[in-house]
Each structure stands twice: as C-alpha cells, then as structure tokens.
Design a binder for this molecule. Structure first.
Ligand SMILES: Cc1cc2nc3c(=O)[nH]c(=O)nc-3n(C[C@H](O)[C@H](O)[C@H](O)COP(=O)(O)OP(=O)(O)OC[C@H]3O[C@@H](n4cnc5c(N)ncnc54)[C@H](O)[C@@H]3O)c2cc1C
Length: 317
C-alpha cells in the first residue's frame, strides 16, 4: 500500500488543480479536533481536478474517502489509510436566480442560509447554526427545528467516482429520510445543489435569530463536538434518554457527555477519538440496558476503530 500511495502522489503532481499533501492530522479537519493522519489529503480546486485525481486513485488501486467540513465525523486515532478528498473553499460558490439558489458542495450551509434571508427569501432559517458544507448537508439530509434539506432541494449535481460521469438529478421518493441520503460517498460525490426558496413573508430574520439563540442557550458550542452524537430514536430524544440514565457529565479520558445537552458528546480537553468512541459505546450500552433503546450513531466513523480499541486493551466494545 505504501508504494501505491507514493505512486498516487507522484502521478498527482502532474495534475493541475489538486493540492495534495501526505500524512495530514485529521484533527485539523474535524470539529471533534481528534483523530490520526490521513495518508493523503487532496483538496481539488475544480471539478476536473477531482475527476482526474479519482481516476489516478483507481489506477493505483487505493481506497478513497470524501469529507466536507468534518463536522459529523469521528476519525480513528490510527488515521485513514486512504486518499481523503476534501471538498472545500475552492468549490464553494453561491448564486441566485429568482427564488432558486445554487451552491457548490464546499459552500458552508450556514452562509447559504444567511445569504438567502438577507436577499429576502425564507426556508433555510433552521440551517444558520449548522457548521457543515452543502455537500455534507445533502449527504446527511441535515435538518433542525422541523426543517430539512430534502424538502427544499430542487436538484443535485453529483459525480460517479467510478466513471467520473456527472449527473443532475431531481431527488425522487426514497432518496432521503431522517439523516439519510442516497447522495453520499462512496457511491456518489455531491458537486452542487439547487434549492427552491419562497419570498420572505417578513418573519425569516426573527426565526433565524430565535434558532441561533436557542443553540447558544442549549448546546455546548464552546467545546469541540460533532453536534448530536446519536440519531433521534422514533418517538423519543437521544439526549433525554441519556440524561434519564444519569449519564450527563460522564467522562472517559477527555471525552464527556455534555452537562448542558446530554445528546452531545464533547471533547472536554485532550480527548482522543478512542475516548469518544469508548464513551459512545458505553452510552449505547447503558441506554439499551435501562431503556431498551439502541441508539444509532449519527456521527460517521472514518478509519479502523476495532484496531484502536484492541491497542487500548479492548476498552470500546
Ligand atoms: C455544533 C454542531 C451543531 C450541529 N447541528 C446540527 C443540526 O442541527 N442538524 C444536523 O443535521 N446536523 C448538525 N450537525 C452535524 C453536521 O454539521 C451536519 O451533519 C453537516 O451536514 C455535515 O456536513 P460536513 O460538511 O461537515 O460533512 P462531513 O462531516 O465532512 O461528512 C459527513 C458525511 O457526509 C459525506 N460527505 C461529505 N461531503 C460529501 C460530498 N460532497 N459528497 C458525498 N458525500 C459527502 C462524508 O463522506 C460523510 O459520510 C452539527 C454539528 C456541530 C459540530
């Protein structure tokens, strides 16, 4: 594998429009601020560069991962033995035609929400405090306060990583459900999306301010986290179940169940991804034993967690 990565980097040097770096700490690219190194991190500066670098990865027979802002990711302390494509600032334009907003995958969702309200439209107010990218938001079907991406989407432009072909798709029934999307790596790479918004009836600014205030009050925003760690179980709330089990404030290493909002696992200082993972497993176990509900992680795991746990003496089972 070592040789394949070297070959990949050599070949990529000849490509225009790719920033390629080796052994990059993923803690710099995730909101948990934890995790080991990506073997190779590629930031494509345009769509063609992404297509070319994907083809080279295939040629070298090495796996790839795709990330946006890393705000819903927990990366193994052992790192990621793959080429990590980061869709970021270079692919982040936003434009509007009437009530249709176009945004590239690397654009911040919160910026699109703010711009849309500033320009007299409503629909995305709930998204103002979500720190992810458009690509990540489409891939996760991000949502809050009764709103979600899927209901506003007009179309998604995406690349098939195997062939490099680009398609424009009008989302169909079954493409989205709660925190699920058919538009997700590795099957597809979201390049951009268009959203259909309504003219503001005069209430959008107030609603956005209300939601922002709620987040400030109820979420532990001064600590690194990935937002809600677990999905909302049907008919219940993960945070409420965790709190009812007496787990608020529980710590493993530097990872802690937030004392402000039990649905958030935070990096309270010096946490490793293994700490966070072990705490996730412990919370799942206690909630299952006491409430009979198996909490499903909302956070995506990248890398090999079984290996990390083994090295630590099997802490996270
Ligand atoms: C403080 C805080 C508050 C949050 N509040 C909310 C909330 O209210 N509601 C909510 O839904 N989420 C919330 N989140 C979680 C997170 O911000 C969202 O899930 C966001 O949509 C993830 O976007 P991202 O760019 O960071 O994706 P990443 O974390 O980088 O990736 C997440 C997943 O999407 C895939 N992906 C990313 N980009 C692409 C792409 N271009 N094409 C294909 N797949 C891709 C990745 O492979 C990965 O599987 C919160 C997070 C934090 C830290």
């Amino acid at each position: 594998m070592q040789d394949q990565f070297s070959a990949f980097c050599k070949l990529c040097e000849c490509l225009e429009g790719c920033v390629v770096r080796q052994n990059i700490p993923m803690a710099q690219y995730t909101s948990f601020r934890t995790g080991g190194c990506a073997r190779v991190l590629v930031e494509p500066q345009n769509v063609e560069a992404l297509r070319n670098a994907l083809a080279v990865a295939q040629e070298c027979n090495i796996p790839f991962e795709v990330i946006g802002n890393g705000t819903n990711l927990l990366v193994s302390d052992d790192g990621v033995e793959a080429v990590v494509f980061r869709i970021g600032d270079a692919l982040a334009s936003i434009r509007r035609t009437g009530g249709t907003f176009f945004a590239e995958a690397g654009a911040p969702l919160s910026l699109l929400a703010k711009r849309s309200v500033e320009q007299g439209f409503m629909g995305l107010e709930w998204a103002a405090g979500i720190p992810g990218s458009i690509g990540g938001a489409v891939a996760m079907n991000a949502g809050a306060y009764g709103g979600e991406i899927a209901t506003l989407l007009q179309s998604v432009s995406w690349m098939d990583p195997q062939t490099g072909a680009i398609s424009e798709t009008i989302p169909h029934d079954g493409a989205f459900s709660y925190r699920y999307s058919a538009f997700r790596a590795p099957e597809c790479i979201v390049l951009s999306a268009t959203f259909s918004l309504q003219p503001d009836d005069g209430s959008a600014r107030m609603r956005m301010a209300e939601y922002t205030e709620k987040r400030r009050e109820k979420q532990p925003l001064s600590f690194p986290s990935a937002g809600s760690t677990f999905k909302r179980p049907e008919g219940n709330f993960a945070g409420a179940l965790i709190e009812q089990c007496g787990l608020k404030g529980m710590r493993i290493g530097g990872a802690q169940v937030s004392t402000l909002h039990a649905g958030f696992l935070i990096n309270a200082g010096g946490a490793t991804s293994s700490d966070v993972y072990a705490l996730m497993c412990q919370v799942q176990k206690v909630v299952y034993e006491n409430k009979g509900v198996l909490l499903e992680p909302e956070v995506h795991l990248l890398g090999n967690f079984a290996l990390s746990a083994q090295k630590k003496g099997g802490g996270a089972k």
